[in-house]
Design a binder for this molecule. Structure first.
Ligand code: AMP
Length: 216
């Protein structure tokens, strides 16, 4: 099974993708995570991407399409993929369709997590993650059980994304509204778009996604 998780920054795509990985053995392909690894490695692409990401803009389509194509090839033969953060422009959506046709892969569901902008700013500005295992937390909504200690792996170092600040969040939302939201009618016309209220609790959102996947 292959699916696309769609929605603005802070809609919960990463959190839900992780649940889907744990439950269905799918592989999460997050273009944001791929770019953050490039940044951490100090590669030429990483240096270029960091400036764009910190401005809340989108990395050029050609780079993203090549990156995702390589990763899809690397995961071919696994139980299925979740695209998280791709496609983000009409050009990427069209390139993805061609790519999937060529590779003989079918996309089963496009699931949109709907959230309003005020909620996004509140969510993103409090986000942090365990530096060791990547488990996500929030200053208000999802604190670790013991302050300063990761629930999952016990590590005590945490990090915040440099683009989770109010100014960059506003630019990321503008990029979403201008360049990413216009893809929705494309998937709607194809009949593959399903909507879920991303403002519901994490468990409710996950149950709805399971319902879609399992055809309930
Ligand atoms: P994310 O982790 O999905 O919120 O992505 C973080 C940042 O990486 C975005 O704000 C963009 O600058 C960049 N990015 C991630 N995915 C894409 C994509 N598919 N196309 C262009 N830029 C992307």
């Amino acid at each position: 099974m292959n699916l696309i998780l769609f929605g603005p920054p802070g809609a919960g795509k990463g959190t839900q993708a992780q649940r889907l990985v744990d439950t269905y053995g799918l592989v999460q392909l997050s273009t944001g995570d791929m770019l953050r690894s490039e940044v951490a490695s100090g590669s030429d692409l990483g240096v270029r991407a960091k400036r764009i990401m910190d401005d809340g803009q989108l990395v050029p389509d050609d780079l993203m399409i090549e990156m995702i194509s390589r990763q899809i090839d690397a995961e071919n033969g696994s139980g299925g993929i979740i695209l998280d953060g791709f496609p983000r422009t009409t050009g990427q959506a069209e390139a993805l369709d061609n790519m999937l046709d060529t590779k003989g892969i079918k996309m089963d569901h496009v699931i949109q997590l709907e959230v309003d902008e005020d909620a996004i700013v509140a969510r993103l500005s409090g986000r942090f993650a365990c530096s060791s295992c990547g488990t996500g937390y929030h200053d208000i909504y999802a604190k670790p059980e013991v302050e300063g200690v990761c629930d999952k792996c016990g590590a005590t170092e945490f990090s915040r994304r440099s683009d989770d600040n109010a100014e960059t969040v506003r630019a990321r939302l503008a990029a979403y509204n201008e360049q990413t939201a216009p893809i929705l009618p494309y998937y709607e016309e194809k009949g593959s778009l399903k909507r879920v209220n991303g403002l519901d609790g994490m468990e409710i959102v996950f149950a709805e996604i399971r319902g879609i996947i399992e055809g309930e």
